[in-house]
Design a protein around this ligand. Structure first.
Ligand SMILES: [Zn+2]
Length: 284
């Protein structure tokens, strides 16, 4: 099973008594560590090292565990900007001292660790995130873990129907949050979108609508000199072969979507742009 799914005890520096016992500490040794200041008692059954992750400490102190969007971010998955508050998932025995609880669906899961594993965090996040943001983050889980939708649904237990419906709109081939959101929005607007098509002479591109190639650029990927040169070579090749390339940034999607959509509509309006000319070679 991939680490991103299996991971239930990421080292946040916050541990349950059970985890400490599993690590070899006896009850007496735990008390001693608290006395000398190597561990801090957060609440009954939970301890932190002095350098523990402050978000996790505050979630456990508040009576839950770090869950939902905050847990997904800690697991290194793509999460849209925003959602910055500490998302706390109530536990079976913890009494939450905050009203900002991020619940899952069905019975409250046991607290396996101070940071919720990905499947539980995804369930909570479906209540906190917009549908398109959740789909983009779910794409990131599928892509990172190399899982199919069915496998992830299995890891999540029995997700409710509306979550399964969202999962059907996910695509593990997606390479970035910008790409995921662009795909979701374009399909919602009736466009036929091809994901990660292989274009002869160009290679993989993020999305294709007719003969319009959409590259969803991230600053980190495209600032390297090698990628800078490669992107321009690809654009030139695509143009020679009759493709049109549009580069979209996350800021475009976040702050300028109306303009992006209008541009894509303008380009694809005519029939000659709506279909792929037979002269253009794709391997999809
Ligand atoms: Zn939340």
């Amino acid at each position: 099973m991939p680490d991103v799914i299996r991971l239930i005890s990421m080292d946040s520096g916050v541990y349950s008594t059970k985890e400490l016992h599993r690590g070899g500490l006896t009850t007496w040794q735990i008390r001693r560590e608290v006395d000398i200041g190597s561990l801090v008692a957060l609440r009954h059954g939970w301890y932190a090292t002095p350098t523990a992750d402050p978000d996790v400490v505050s979630a456990v102190r508040a009576g839950g565990v770090l869950g939902c969007v905050a847990a997904l971010r800690k697991h290194g998955l793509w999460v849209p900007p925003g959602y910055r508050r500490v998302h706390i998932r109530p536990t079976r025995h913890g009494e939450l001292t905050t009203r900002q609880a991020c619940r899952t669906f069905g019975p409250t899961p046991r607290a396996l660790a101070a940071v919720d594993p990905v499947p539980i965090a995804l369930l909570s996040a479906a209540r906190c995130m917009t549908a398109e943001h959740w789909i983009a983050t779910c794409d990131s889980v599928l892509n990172t873990a190399g899982l199919s939708v069915a496998q992830l649904a299995c890891e999540m237990g029995r997700p409710p129907k509306h979550i399964l419906a969202l999962m059907e709109r996910c695509d593990r081939r997606s390479q970035s949050g910008t790409e995921s959101i662009t795909r979701t929005r374009l399909r919602a607007n009736g466009f036929k979108v091809v994901v990660q098509p292989q274009i002869a002479g160009v290679g993989h591109v993020d999305l294709r609508v007719g003969r319009l190639l959409l590259e969803c650029d991230s600053v980190t990927h495209h600032t390297s000199l090698e990628n800078y040169h490669n992107d321009r070579r690809r654009d030139r090749r695509a143009l020679v072969d009759g493709w049109l390339t549009m580069r979209i940034t996350y800021d475009d999607v976040l702050y300028g979507w109306t303009g992006v959509l209008a541009d894509i509509r303008a380009i694809t309006r005519t029939d000659r742009h709506r279909t792929t000319p037979s002269a253009l070679k794709t391997v999809e």
